[in-house]
Design a protein. Sequence first.
Length: 404
Amino acid sequence: MKTLPTIPFLPYGRQSIDEDDIRAVAAVLASDYLTTGPVSQRFDEVLAQTVGARHAIGCANGTAALHMAALALDLGPGDCIIAPAITFTATANAARFVGAEVEFADVDPNTGLMRPEDAAAALARAKAKGWRPRALFPVHLAGQICAMSELAQLADRHGLGVVEDACHAIGGSQDGHRVGDCAFSTMAAFSFHPVKTVAMGEGGALTTNDDGLAERLRLLRSHGITRDPSQFQRPDLAFESDGGVNPWHYEMVELGFNYRLSDIACALGLSQLAKLESFVVRRAALVARYDHALAALSPLLQPIPRRPGDQPGWHLYVVLMDFAALGRSRAQVMAQLRAAGIGTQVHYIPVPEQPYYVERYGRPLLPGASHYFSRCLSLPLYPGLGDADQDRVIAALHDVIGSP
């Protein structure tokens, strides 16, 4: 009996790995260093050059990057950050890891981005609670970039740090500034999870232009340990009688973490960074094809609106669907698409709706976040998605919208 060919499943996101990536990793496997070594150092240097920042500090993942940023800002009990309600939980959790609170800001109901007026309203609420606002954590959702110049002005007026959650946005730019160059922020955090534009298996990084912060971040990612003789506080242990440094000596000068990257991951990361521009271009081309092909499905289905003047490094392709008018729930639509071999996802459930945060803060009234969440759906987007594959997605959506 003849077996019918199976239709390949198209996930909402996936890594794009080629022979160059495999060779780069194999070369490290044959070298003397598997953990943190010269390739890790080179990764930090190349990432900094790529985004235009003075420093890049690679780390275990995007969550580690956000945690390290909170530590480097010395956040603690009584302090709070302002974070958008629409993001992955790690953005808010970074504050809780260090004992600080989170005041959730509402977002634009159509883009999911925290606007300056949303951040200002959240600041007022935080102060009314007696909390000390210390930092803004804007999130560049799906690759679109928040209004960074205006947010930076707001932060300056209130004496706040700014940590960009740029985990979705590497390769993007706004008003001539690359995401991660920290022109309007204290630090920017990145993720290199496989569904992101640059894949390392697991990996993350922070960028900054502050020399002191960079030095502290390097300590925090490696147990708080230094081998720099100029920082030693135990000369009786560190130095020989002739002034020479004991070669085994190191000192833990603060409480840090094992958030380092391996040379294996960084070899993949370097190879991927070399292809960043082509990845961004391909993702943008796929976004343009979706925009054109799905226009006829409005108003039941509409792409998220674009911020004028931005060049996003697209991570996700999000559409807003009127499920009530369609007469089907989001779960039903997702199931129908999955039956056609098409994966979708929801980015994100509002973080203040998560049980941990409801128990801690109650359920805030954030209508923009609620409206965005009720309609959002992420479609397949990754460089390896061929035009024919994308046409399958488009045809399936037309079927979904057009079927009773």
